[in-house]
Design a protein around this ligand. Structure first.
Ligand SMILES: NC(=O)c1ccc[n+]([C@@H]2O[C@H](COP(=O)([O-])OP(=O)(O)OC[C@H]3O[C@@H](n4cnc5c(N)ncnc54)[C@H](O)[C@@H]3O)[C@@H](O)[C@H]2O)c1
Length: 396
């Protein structure tokens, strides 16, 4: 199977490593306008004993040209956020499967274009949301499908991850990386898809239910300036620059079938990493942060937490029972990519489809709109009503 990799930065190289461990995956070309990055990626392919891919690194080759030259079966898109949709659209027009790293796109109009192009060309499109494939999250999904939580009522999730000191800015000299401009321009959930990935399948979104509205509030923006003051001194320009992005953004979403969801995004305060996944139904509750569960039909003591771990093992999803090429590949990224590759090989459906990709990504622009208007905004139904009859397909 022929794959073109667009974007050979940190994430691109990580996914490349996994792809090179898979049989019959042929990386035919690497596209990245940073010549060193593209050449490093090509070198990694060569060292792994595979063919040396064609390198597109002048920045002058169009996506269309690259795809027409190489005619791949799939593309992996690990570029800056603003180019994800355009590369995926060009690919689908040629019936090439796009695997887009998160988010699928930033704007609602782009997400509609992805949906319509996927429908019109019959080409599946998958956002590569790796946290949907975690062992704990898949075990929760198995149990939810067995009815162990009863009817689902409420979920909570978070992306609490201090990204200021390494991802938005260079940790050594404080220089802004490409992502930092979004902190100046917008006040919204900048990176919600990791939190949302598992939750949309727990809540049957697009398959039995649909988000109806989203209301978002955002705190003051204090963390970035304080980080620069403490680390680089009062005179560093970023110590005084006015960032629009609030430190903690909280969204409340409702669904057409009466479920609720709370999402927190906090990316710019010092803190340990957390996702705080929580699922609550009429028969019990799961709390990831406590690593605890209570199920009214199963837990031995009335309304007392018990350990989550035995449940994770007992309801382990079959994807986690497969052979991994090495212990270091044992993880959500490998499972996600191998499922995508398998779908391309069979020219069948992808595990997270274009509607799932659109819903997760839409929360970025919608949350910003809600913060600005200070009121809830309607959530678009990308399935155009098909959520009523669509059956669950993720990890079934
Ligand atoms: N799923 C995850 O866990 C995870 C983790 C980190 C990053 N990401 C996602 O991966 C993507 C890349 O992030 P990163 O941290 O690797 O950034 P990065 O800056 O390290 O790499 C991005 C690369 O894309 C290249 N690029 C930009 N526009 C391009 C285009 N039009 N065509 C070809 N190449 C282009 C850049 O030159 C750069 O080398 C982002 O979408 C990010 O959200 C996902």
């Amino acid at each position: 199977m022929k794959i073109v990799l667009f974007g050979a930065g940190k994430r691109g190289l990580k996914l490349l490593d996994y792809l090179l461990s898979m049989d019959n995956v042929d990386i035919v070309a690497i596209s990245d306008p940073i010549n060193d990055s593209a050449r490093r990626a090509a070198g990694i392919c060569k060292e792994s004993g595979r063919r040396i891919p064609v390198v597109y690194s002048t920045g002058r080759e169009s996506v269309a040209e690259i795809l027409d030259n190489e005619n791949p079966d799939a593309v992996i898109i690990t570029t800056y956020w603003d180019s994800h949709a355009a590369i995926a659209l060009e690919s689908m027009r040629r019936k090439i499967y796009p695997g887009i790293d998160v988010p699928a796109a930033l704007r609602i109009d782009e997400l509609w274009q992805l949906v319509e192009t996927s429908e019109n060309t019959g080409t599946p499109c998958m956002m590569l949301e790796n946290w949907s494939f975690r062992k704990d999250n898949l075990a929760v999904l198995n149990m939810k499908r067995l009815g162990m939580f009863g009817k689902i009522v409420h979920c909570h999730c978070a992306h609490s991850h201090n990204c200021i000191d390494h991802w938005f800015f260079d940790s050594e000299n404080g220089e802004a990386r490409w992502q930092a401009e979004y902190l100046l321009k917008y006040n919204r959930m900048q990176y919600p898809t990791h939190a949302l990935g598992p939750v949309i399948s727990w809540m049957d979104i697009n398959r039995g239910d649909s988000f109806s509205e989203i209301y978002t509030v955002s705190s003051a923006s204090l963390g970035i300036n304080e980080y620069f003051r403490n680390k680089f001194g009062e005179d560093h320009p970023n110590a005084r620059l006015k960032y629009r992005q609030g430190d903690i953004v909280t969204s409340v979403l409702g669904t057409k079938r009466g479920k609720t969801l709370v999402i927190n995004n906090d990316l710019q305060l010092p803190r340990p990493y957390a996702n705080r996944w929580m699922l609550q139904g009429t028969k019990g509750v799961y709390e990831e942060e406590k690593s605890s569960i209570y199920l009214s039909d199963f837990s031995p003591e009335y309304q007392k937490w018990e350990s989550w771990q035995p449940y994770e093992e007992k309801y382990n999803h079959r994807w986690w029972k497969t052979d991994f090429p090495s212990p270091s590949f044992r993880g959500a990224d490998y499972i996600m990519l191998s499922q995508f590759v398998e779908a391309v090989r069979k020219r069948g459906p992808v595990p997270l489809d274009v509607y799932d990709s659109a819903v997760m990504s839409a929360t970025i622009e919608l949350s910003g709109m809600s913060v600005k208007k200070r009121k809830p905004v309607p959530f678009p139904d990308f399935t155009r009503g098909k959520w009523r009859t669509n059956e669950a397909c993720f990890a079934v």
